[in-house]
Design a protein around this ligand. Sequence first.
Ligand code: 13P
Length: 259
Amino acid sequence: MRVPIVAGNWKMNKTVAEARDLVAEMIPFLRDVQGVKTVFCPPSPALLPVSAMLQGTDIGLGAQNMHWEEKGAFTGELAPAMVAEFCQYVILGHSERRMYFGETDETVNRKVRAAQAHDLIPIVCVGETLDENESGRTSEVVSRQLSAGLQDVDPASASRIVIAYEPIWAIGTGRAATGPDANRVVADVIRPALEKLFGAQTAQAIRVLYGGSVKAGNAAEFFAQPDIDGALVGGASLKADEFVKIVYVARAEVLKGGA
Ligand code: 13P
């Protein structure tokens, strides 16, 4: 049984004061939700104060990026040990990092291995552009991102890795993939690629989230899919009521025997 994850990627939004307000609003509704793992991924300055607020709850905390080196002259970067001080999760290889900050499958791979070495659960993002999608290259692109991004990863802890399938054309556009289409990519491309890397048992244990314009109104469509194990939510994670609703939709699907 894969416990679904609903993670909020706040991206570059919310000051510490705003982050505290948002978290305070959501905690009463999310602190004891069973059967679904909720994760907040605020910007770096909010990690320390939010981690203190989450003490005693079941809500997880994640960073949005980190460097792979242990420490040193890497101005502006966060070391794995700094992230691991407060977080259990770290988003790696988000398409915005790949697009605007030059991340490659190779740097994602270094980061995944560094996360494993520090007992952090990496949420590894993959997904194709609109152009790649329309020219029928989704499978090729996503397979490559996985085989290169996860190469030489310790197979013993590979089942802890989380994958987020985020088609780039669906991010922040209001144009989500359909549930069945997203499920098809997960079932036909992502799990087979994971099986090739880690074997069938581990491939079945790894959680694969969908991301891209997920809202309370369309979340059930994704959570009802057999191969989708939750969501990585951007814009809708910045509104307390909307994000809480998404977690509750995931919970309702678990009770129905879906997600
Ligand atoms: P939106 O939910 O705003 O489309 O963003 C998705 C995303 O990039 C989450 O990582």
